[in-house]
Design a protein around this ligand. Structure first.
Ligand code: MRU
Length: 352
């Protein structure tokens, strides 16, 4: 695997500061914003400065470090209550990606179990956030190997939706990690990327990442996916996830379900790639996943410019749920689940 296929990092901790690559400005501008305040971190997640389920979780983990520093500097005897408030604020920033709650639960457990006389609580919490970050990259590398192995050397392309790459994770990516590995191994020749309305994560982010890492990419309007499959240009649809329920239902960027239905009709296989921090075994099925509704303005406008007829309304769910029966493989760092069921998901989750 050449390093040139993995050069991007969206979340950085440098000089006691959280730095986030402002994904709203890509690909025109590469600007890192600096954060020292937990409320500003929650707002950055809400405003999609940082986005993608694992990247949101990692950002929130560093947000907890900032919160602790702020509360220790302020002093007083209600530090614990204020920290609980900070964790809630971060947890409410976006509702669908369970990685956010997963990371906060892990950080909260560590934080509230620190011994009273711990010498350097900030160092302890920073180490935990950095572990979450590094484990995510390692999980992506592992999933890259596992997922690529499912793809036969074919000379075909693959279709992907949204952005699941280094920008959406600690680094390397989930679905894009599999794509990076599969391309490096010569298993695929090209990536077809849905532009992914309304935020254009495909056009702005996936295309930027792939061009930068020298992987051939062809963009298409979201509605063109079925025709691409009809022409036999792709054998796999490979996507990430914001939350996978106990039965293998998958919440992901709006349009994933649409693409998976078309894939089933055309005999194109569907692979979902996500770390176990995305798996929510507490929810029995996808109908229970909270789906984020975003502003109608995102659909009515393009690049800040109104395009829809005045007076029109818009429906703007940010995610949809693809039922397990449409999914051929769920790839996690703990293993691959083929044709997911609750029993198979339980078995995979019990692997270490
Ligand atoms: O609204 P976004 O851009 O945060 O949505 C991102 C997605 O839907 C991704 O596919 C998902 O988070 C997986 S990222 C590895």
């Amino acid at each position: 695997m050449s390093a040139s296929h993995d050069t991007i990092r969206a979340v950085l901790w440098q000089d006691d500061t959280l730095k986030l690559l402002d994904q709203r400005l890509l690909p025109q501008q590469e600007v890192y914003l600096e954060y020292r305040d937990v409320a500003a971190v929650a707002e950055a997640i809400r405003q999609m400065v940082v986005r993608g389920a694992p990247a949101i979780g990692i950002t929130a983990a560093y947000g907890v470090v900032l919160a602790l520093r702020q509360r220790l500097e302020e002093g007083g005897n209600d530090i614990v209550q204020r920290l609980e408030g900070d964790l809630n604020l971060l947890g409410e920033a976006r509702p669908t990606a369970v990685n956010l709650l997963w990371a906060l639960e892990r950080m909260g457990k560590r934080l509230f179990s620190l011994p009273e006389d711990v010498a350097d609580p900030l160092a302890e919490m920073l180490a935990e956030a950095q572990a979450i970050h590094e484990e995510d990259i390692a999980a992506n590398r592992r999933m890259g190997e596992l997922g690529a192995a499912l793809i036969e050397q074919s000379g075909f392309g693959v279709l992907t939706h949204c952005n699941t790459g280094s920008l959406a994770t600690g680094g390397y990516g989930t679905a894009l990690g599999v794509i990076r590995s599969a391309y490096a191994q010569g298993r695929i020749t090209r990536v077809y990327a849905d532009e992914t309305r309304p935020w254009l994560q495909g056009a702005r982010l996936t295309a930027w990442e792939l061009v930068r890492d020298a992987i051939p990419v062809t963009l298409l309007a979201d509605a063109a996916g079925a025709a691409l499959m009809q022409q036999g240009r792709v054998k796999w649809l490979i996507v990430g996830s914001d939350r996978i329920t106990a039965n293998g239902d998958v919440a992901n960027k709006i349009g994933t379900y649409h693409a998976a239905v078309a894939a089933k009709y055309h005999g194109v296989k569907v692979m979902v790639v996500a770390p176990t921090s995305t798996v929510d075994m507490a929810l029995a099925h996808g109908g229970l996943i909270p789906i984020e509704q975003r502003s109608p303005e995102e659909v009515l406008s393009l690049g800040g410019q109104r395009v829809a007829a005045e007076g029109a309304e818009a429906w703007n769910p940010a995610f949809d749920v693809t039922p397990a029966e449409l999914i051929d493989a769920i790839v996690t760092e703990r293993g691959v689940v083929l044709n997911p069921t609750t029993e198979k998901m339980q078995e995979m989750m019990s692997n270490q």
